[in-house]
Ligand binder design. Structure first.
Ligand code: PEP
Length: 250
């Protein structure tokens, strides 16, 4: 069985990385995290400190990156600007980027292409809104989001997908394990239909995951880990989740 993957998304929150990692490590105590890959997606200005404070085994990610390497894009950040920080990769196409900053499916694909070209890992977020789910459009929305990615996705370990139903993000209303599994299985079949070996791309679930619901989610055959927003802001809670995820390897 492959290691589970747990990625924290700190979003635009002011954390003190050193204090966070001290509390996270203390909460872990003697627990071994050898069966889980842990990552932290930090705001830009915390990336350098997070990279310096986090144990080397943990990945540090940006939350977004521009699809061009340089140019007249005021306020944006490119890979050449991030690379001196020695981070592992970036979240791409988070629903908050798509919703509030109008990122298009093609733009997200361009971000992934440049991310891979420059040797980094891309965690691409996809998912439907509540209105889309209620209208029976979940799979057509996912098809539209995934299609531009198909020529770019590789199974080298540099691509991770995160299924994040928008209605479950930050609402406290997680998808049930059955709902999440249904969509994860569909995504793996969709990728397989397009020539990408089943389970070649790790598939995370995101949306109000926490220490109370994580185990049931990870028990599903096509859920390889979780992308965690709110619950990851509490280092003790996130350490609890890491311990739960690590137990799946044994
Ligand atoms: C997220 O924003 O990626 C996320 C999953 O948030 P939350 O866990 O708070 O729903």
């Amino acid at each position: 069985m492959a290691d589970k993957i747990l990625v924290a998304n700190w979003k635009m929150n002011l954390l003190e990385p050193q204090a966070y990692f001290n509390a996270f490590t203390a909460a872990l105590g003697q627990s071994s995290l050898s069966g889980v890959k842990i990552g932290f997606a930090a705001p830009y200005t915390l990336l350098a400190t997070a990279r310096a404070c986090a144990p080397a085994a943990y990945a540090v990610y940006a939350q977004n990156v521009h699809e061009r390497e340089s140019g007249a894009f005021t306020g944006e950040i490119s890979w050449p600007l991030l690379e001196p920080l020695a981070i592992s990769g970036s979240l791409l196409g988070h629903s908050e980027r798509r919703q509030f900053f109008h990122e298009t499916h093609d733009q997200v694909a361009q971000k992934l292409a440049l991310t891979l070209q420059r040797g980094h890992c891309g965690i691409v977020c996809i998912g439907e809104t509540l209105a889309q789910r209620e209208a029976g459009e979940t799979f057509s929305v996912l098809t539209a989001q995934l299609t531009p990615l198909l020529p770019i996705l590789t199974s080298t370990g540099a691509c991770i997908l995160a299924y994040e139903p928008v209605w479950a993000i930050g609402t406290g209303l997680s998808a049930t394990p059955t709902q999440a599994q249904e969509v994860h299985a569909w995504i793996q079949s969709f990728l397989e239909t397009h020539g990408i070996r089943r389970n070649a791309i790790p598939l995370l679930y995101g949306g109000s995951a926490n220490s109370a619901n994580l185990e049931a989610l990870l028990q599903q055959p096509d859920i390889d880990g979780a992308l965690v927003g709110g619950a990851s802001l509490q280092p003790v809670e996130f350490a609890k989740m890491a311990t739960i995820a690590a137990a799946f390897r044994k």
